[in-house]
Structures are given as structure tokens and as C-alpha cells.
Design a protein around this ligand. Structure first.
Ligand SMILES: Cc1ncc(COP(=O)(O)O)c(C=O)c1O
Length: 395
């Protein structure tokens, strides 16, 4: 049966993990994998999560099935965290999912059921898995201009012009904050213009909110999704709790559908649960329970917010320090964008050949497209990283 099967193209990020592990050089630096690391290079379990685990261990009295929609209390807490206190809950359908990727997957399946002829418009560039997830669901994908590599910023006018070609009913995927891989985000006024265009053209926004709290703050990072919820009749949202609760391996996320009426939201929910049932039957419980315990307890919630704030502050401080050291070493303000970008990632403008040299000559591991995970740097490694990048970038 497998004689015609072709090898899968290697996943560039995952194959970096093996290369990094096999490198004996003690000064090696891993900026490839997209997980938060602290200044000691660890991805620790948050104290709030530890405490929630302790409480869960003491109170959990069953391991019975959860159901395809997961835990409604988890979904309700995430709806509040993401959409705020005045979320239009009557028009909102939700399902707990295995990570943000699970949410993307079942929402893609829902689009394929609801409007199979719709194209899904993706930013150029975007998280590579977006292309695979929507294509695999049988949907046509198109790209719209997003990142200007010269100015290292969003090219808003080109983006809006590109989206003008979308047909009414098409879906537009937008990173709610902390764009992966570029780090370049839209300003609040820019979001207004995107919202107007989406409304005028009859498009359906699909917000991927994977890094809420990693950019400017929990509420600030939810600006776009809340704006859309206030103004638009329909929206899809994929949320990851893996990153902001640092529970990557617990596979925790939530899918939301905002419909124009409560009745349609109910129908969408039923179909969404059918998609979940087909894909994985039911989501795992552990991560969702931890998040629910934290978000329902004001003291624990405050502790979690503080820990998340420490993570965000470290990323922002590293960005600022990197920009400063780059300015010194490169004698230019070319890398000032690092200060303006948000989230863990930025594209630093290196070519695949330069990335290869960084790996070979300096034991610095990053993705071929020049994406660096800023949080992968320890404070003491900033100088050596910058001088290596400047060295390989010299013509
Ligand atoms: C933009 C984006 N969306 C979704 C995900 C999926 O996250 P999760 O680990 O929750 O599945 C990621 C993970 O890297 C991501 O970068």
C-alpha cells in the first residue's frame, strides 16, 4: 500500500531541533523553535499553572469523556479573556480544541462545509502550517501582501489593495497580534481600515490569536478581535492557550464562531462539533482545566497575569537591547524595527545562505527565512549573536 507514497517534505522548524541537539558546541544558540524561554534558557512551568495542577489533582473525581465541545466553563473563560466583558455571547459558538492548531483545523473544516467555494486569504508571509491546514481541508488559498521586507513593517496600502480582489464571502486570515513570523503588526487605525474593508466587501475575518499577552498586554493584544466582534456580523477565531499559559504540550485552545444571529450560531456549533468528532473526537481535558481554574480564581489569575507580564517584559527588553547592540555593530538604524515589532518573532533579513553560515560558523540556529525567536536569546548572548549576524551579512 505504501509503494506510491512520497516522503513528506521535512518540517524546517522541527528538523532544526535535531540538528541543534546533535551540535556539541557549548556556546550554541537555538532561536528556531517557537517557545518562550526565560533568561536561563528554560521554558518553565508557570507558578499559577503548578498551583492549578495541585488543585486539580485534589479535586478531580473523574476521567470520563468530556464531549466534542470540551469544557463550556473553559470556553466561557476564554471568551471573556479574548472578547472582553461585553462579548456578544448570544451570537457566539465555541469549542475547546487541542491547541490553536486544532481550532484552525476544525474551523477550516467548518468553512469547507459552509462555503466550499470560498477562498481563504493568507498574509504573505504567514505561519507555514496555515497553508497546509486550509489546503488539506479542500479550500483554495490565496495570499495578500503583508510584510514589506525593506521597511520591515506592514505594507498596509498593498494589503488593502490585495484584499480588494477577494470575492464577497471569502475568508481573510489575520494574526490578531504578534504576527508569526514577521513580528510586524497593524496599528489601531490600520485595524479600523481593515474592518471597514471587510465590512464593505462582505468578507469573513478569521482571526488567529495565538500569542495574546505576548505583545502589548492581554487587552491591547485583543484590540482587533474585539473591534471585529463589535462591528461585524460574522467572524471566526482560533485561540491558543498553549503559549500564554506556557502549557505547550497540553494542547489547549478554543475555536469561536460569531454568527449574525443566535440561531445560526447554534447551527454552526453543531456542525463545528461534528468536525471535531471526525478529526479527534474530543479535546484533552488537562490544559483546559488548568486554564479554567486559573481564570476563575481572582488571586491565581492575578498571579498568572503577573508571570505573563514578566515574560512580555523580557521579550520587549530583549528587543530593545538587540536594536541598541545592532545599531552599535552595524553603524546604522537598520535594525530599529526590532524595537517596534511585537511578540517572540522577527524576520531579521538574513538570506538562507547567511542562516546556513550562522549555523555552521557560529552555532546559531534559526529558520531559513531569517525568523528568530527573540525569547530564545539569553541576555549574555546578545553581543555574540549580533556580531555573528553582522559578520555574515557583510558583502
Ligand atoms: C500563528 C500561530 N497560530 C497557531 C499556532 C498553533 O499553536 P498551538 O500550539 O496552540 O497549536 C501557532 C504555533 O506556533 C502559531 O504560531
Amino acid at each position: 500500500m505504501f509503494e506510491l507514497l512520497q516522503p513528506s517534505p521535512p518540517d524546517k522548524i522541527l528538523s532544526l531541533i535535531d540538528l541543534f541537539r546533535g551540535d556539541p558546541r557549548p556556546h550554541k544558540i537555538d532561536l528556531g523553535v517557537g517557545v518562550y524561554r526565560d533568561s536561563a534558557g528554560r521554558t518553565p512551568v508557570m507558578r499559577a499553572v503548578r498551583e492549578a495542577e495541585r488543585r486539580l489533582y485534589e479535586t478531580e473525581d473523574t476521567k470520563a469523556y468530556l464531549g466534542p465541545g470540551g469544557d463550556p466553563a473553559y470556553c466561557g473563560s476564554i471568551a471573556k479573556l479574548v472578547l472582553g466583558d461585553d462579548a456578544p455571547v448570544d451570537r457566539l459558538a465555541s469549542a475547546q480544541t487541542p491547541g490553536g492548531a486544532g481550532a484552525l483545523r476544525i474551523l477550516a473544516a467548518l468553512i469547507a462545509r459552509a462555503r466550499p467555494q470560498a477562498s481563504v486569504w493568507l498574509p504573505d508571509p504567514t505561519w507555514v502550517n496555515h497553508h497546509a491546514i486550509f489546503s488539506d481541508a479542500g479550500l483554495a488559498t490565496r495570499v495578500y501582501p503583508y510584510f514589506d521586507p525593506v521597511g520591515s513593517c506592514v505594507q498596509l496600502e498593498a494589503m488593502l489593495a490585495g484584499l480588494h480582489d477577494a470575492a464577497p464571502g471569502d475568508v481573510v486570515l489575520l494574526h490578531g497580534c504578534c504576527h508569526n513570523p514577521t513580528g510586524a503588526s497593524l496599528a489601531e487605525d490600520d485595524w479600523e481600515r481593515v474592518c471597514e474593508l471587510v465590512l464593505a466587501r462582505g468578507l469573513v475575518p478569521f482571526v488567529d490569536l495565538a500569542y495574546q499577552g505576548f505583545g502589548d498586554g492581554l487587552d491591547e493584544d485583543a484590540h482587533a478581535v474585539r473591534l471585529f466582534a463589535r462591528r461585524l456580523p460574522e467572524m471566526l477565531v482560533a485561540v491558543s492557550s498553549c503559549k500564554n499559559f506556557s502549557i505547550y504540550r497540553e494542547r489547549t485552545g478554543c475555536a469561536f464562531v460569531l454568527a449574525d444571529t443566535a440561531a445560526r450560531a447554534g447551527i454552526a456549533r453543531g456542525q463545528l462539533l461534528t468536525c471535531a468528532r471526525i478529526a479527534y473526537s474530543m479535546p484533552p481535558d488537562h490544559g483546559g482545566s488548568l486554564v479554567r481554574i486559573i481564570l476563575q480564581d481572582p488571586a491565581l489569575s492575578a498571579q498568572w497575569r503577573e508571570e505573563l507580564g514578566t515574560m512580555r517584559d523580557r521579550i520587549v527588553a530583549l528587543r530593545s537591547e538587540l536594536a541598541r547592540v545592532f545599531a552599535e555593530h552595524s553603524n546604522s538604524n537598520r535594525y530599529d524595527f526590532l524595537r517596534r515589532h511585537r511578540g517572540m518573532f522577527s524576520l531579521i533579513g538574513t538570506t538562507a545562505a547567511q542562516v546556513e553560515r550562522l549555523r555552521r560558523e557560529h552555532a546559531i540556529y534559526m529558520v531559513d527565512d531569517g525568523r528568530v525567536n527573540i525569547a530564545g536569546l539569553q541576555e549574555g548572548q546578545v553581543e555574540s549573536f549580533v556580531s555573528a549576524v553582522v559578520a555574515v551579512s557583510r558583502v
